[in-house]
Write a protein that binds this ligand. Structure first.
Ligand code: PLP
Length: 391
């Protein structure tokens, strides 16, 4: 089976697996225990915190270990719900992952203002700039890169604007981290991520936040009272090992940025990977009339392509047929007859429900080869030809 669903989850990297196994054997104590085995585990956890802080350009105590990006986002909204006054709005992009949208809706209800998104799936900086001059929100929330389309958001410009107006900015970086350099995220006040999106284990992630975040999970005094529960020491160590591998790979693949580019909203990406993905898309566009690619004209993550197939079959059928041919791809959302709702991301980009029901997402990893991309292209064309002949 050839895996093209890296945005959903990734296989654990060998280095991360090795680090996890070693840590499980080495750090047997509870980091809160007073004996030497406990303090050894605590030291390991704090070393990992220092390593991540150095990568993110923040203070080690700005980092709270969580079970993943979902818990990080829930913690953040809970904190701001308690902190902000009742008349304070929260501005959020409508293309956020449900792990961000749902806690935002739960805590802030009618106090949410949605930031417009253009047809390429890019959040409007202009809207933020204009409205910051009129109203002061309690929090602005825009993700780094979208999980469905891969469209990269102008989070640096937004974070800069928020700083200017002294408004806190939260960025869900679950799809950015491990695919592009973490140091680019340093400007964000609050950040969330999940290890399993970048070759680490499942069930571990982090929230970058201030020292005074209110805990969502109550109990023991772990994480300086910001998140109760015995820490996942091996998970954290393995996550940092995975991140280091991704950062090293990126350092080798990324070309040095010239000073002209660094001043614009240009995102430096691995050119070789982008070229392969573009060749895949061109091959499909040439072979399949009516095929659309969501966010095609925007800057997108090098690994993601979101195809809106022509009117031949719904995406579940596509996924099943591709699965039979040996490819694991994902639906952006299911057919309208299925139990999932059409994608809110495509809806925000002005696609209709019926179009959204024909969307399939292909997302690769560092190890995905050009041959694998081309084999997927051939399989999609084959399925298209079969489906078109019978419909
Ligand atoms: N944010 C984004 C952009 C995601 O893609 C995901 C997972 O798909 C999450 C948050 C939630 O991550 P987790 O389920 O690991 O908490």
């Amino acid at each position: 089976m050839i895996y093209f669903d890296y945005n959903a989850t990734t296989k654990i990297l060998p280095e991360a697996k090795e680090a996890w196994i070693k840590a499980v054997d080495e750090y047997i104590g509870n980091p809160s225990s007073p004996h030497r085995l406990g303090s050894r585990a605590e030291t390991a956890l704090n070393n990992a915190r220092e390593e991540l802080a150095a990568m993110l350009g923040c203070h080690p105590l700005d980092i709270v270990w969580t079970s993943g990006a979902t818990e990080a986002a829930n913690t953040l909204f809970h904190h701001f719900y308690l902190k902000l006054t009742d008349n304070c709005n929260v501005w959020i992009s409508p293309i956020e992952h449900p792990s961000v949208l749902e806690p935002a809706r739960f805590y802030f209800k009618s106090r949410i203002r949605f930031i417009p998104v253009d047809k390429e799936g890019v959040v409007s900086v202009k809207w933020i700039r204009t409205n910051l001059g009129v109203e002061k929100p309690g929090l602005v929330v825009v993700m780094a890169a979208n999980n469905e389309t891969g469209v990269i958001q102008p989070f640096k410009e937004i974070a800069t604007l928020c700083r200017e107006y002294n408004v806190p900015f939260f960025c869900d970086a679950a799809q950015w981290i491990g695919k592009l350099p973490v140091k680019e995220l340093a400007i964000c006040d609050f950040l969330s991520a999940s290890a399993h999106k970048f070759g680490g284990p499942r069930g571990v992630g982090f929230l970058k936040c201030g020292h005074n975040i209110t805990p969502l999970i109550l109990g023991g005094p772990q994480e300086e009272g910001r998140r109760a529960g015995t820490e996942n020491v091996a998970g954290v160590i393995s996550m940092i090992a995975a991140l280091k591998v991704c950062e090293q790979l990126l350092a080798r693949m990324l070309k040095p940025v010239n000073s002209d580019d660094s001043t614009k909203s240009f995102v430096n990406q691995p050119e070789e990977k982008i070229a392969i993905r573009n060749e895949f898309e061109k091959g499909l566009l040439d072979a399949i009339p009516g095929l659309l690619i969501a966010g095609r004209n925007a800057q997108r993550l090098w690994n993601t392509t979101h195809l809106i197939m022509p009117q031949t079959a719904c995406n579940v059928r596509w996924v099943v047929k591709l699965d039979k041919l040996g490819f694991a791809v994902s639906t952006g959302s299911a057919c309208s007859s299925g139990k999932e709702k059409p994608s809110h991301v495509l809806k925000a980009m002005n696609y209709g429900d019926e179009q959204a029901s024909r969307a399939i997402r292909c997302s690769s990893g560092f190890s995905t080869t050009k041959d694998e991309w081309m084999a997927l292209k051939n399989a999609i064309v084959k399925v298209y030809t079969e489906v078109a002949a019978t419909s």
